[in-house]
Design a protein around this ligand. Structure first.
Ligand code: HEC
Length: 154
């Protein structure tokens, strides 16, 4: 590879890394199950983005894509409680101690997200329904985050 090409690729790589310093510094030290649940949440966010683009009409409604994204959120949601064992608060976590003071409530919050995601799976070819249900799904994220997540300064 000519040196110039190599240098250009390297620059691009460094730019890509530094364009998102928050996520690098905030989660760089996460390990084990904390890291696992962060990855899971990030994948949930990705699926949400895919749904959101269709709900807002930015990309055409694609029933298969809706089902895939909502299905992924539902599946991930079922795993949430198990990814928060007692005491898993070491290091760079944003999990609030409240999770373990009210684990039932936390679990219900996850179930709520799963239920709404499943509703979406059942109406995957209806744009108007998707729009409304997508909004409700977004509320299940923020409800849980408000109660059980402490946003750390980045
Ligand atoms: C049952 C509660 C609950 C629900 C529902 C929930 N989250 Fe979370 N989420 C959390 C908690 C707790 C954390 C912090 C985890 C940690 O730092 O250990 C978190 C962290 C995150 C993060 C940050 C991950 C990282 O890299 O640190 C993202 C992104 C996220 N959630 C997206 C979503 C989206 C999008 C939804 C809805 C579709 C959602 N979450 C639903 C509890 C929830």
């Amino acid at each position: 590879m000519p040196y110039k090409t190599f240098a250009a690729i390297l620059t691009l790589f460094v730019l890509t890394l530094s364009s998102n310093p928050a996520s690098v510094s905030a989660h760089g030290g996460a390990k084990g199950i904390v890291k696992e649940r962060m990855e899971l949440m990030k994948d949930i966010r990705k699926a949400m983005k895919s749904l959101g683009a269709m709900a807002r009409g930015k990309v055409p409604l694609d029933s298969a894509k809706v089902k895939a994204a909502a299905g992924r959120i539902a599946q991930h949601g079922q795993k949430i409680p198990a990814l928060f064992p007692k005491g898993s608060t070491k290091g760079v976590t944003e999990a609030s101690p409240r999770i373990w003071q009210d684990f039932e409530g936390f679990r219900n919050s996850a179930d709520e997200m799963v239920a709404v995601a499943r509703e979406i799976t059942g109406q995957s070819d209806n744009a108007a329904a998707l729009k409304a249900t997508y909004r409700r799904l977004g509320k299940t994220c923020s409800t849980c985050h408000k109660l059980y997540r402490v946003k750390k300064k980045r």
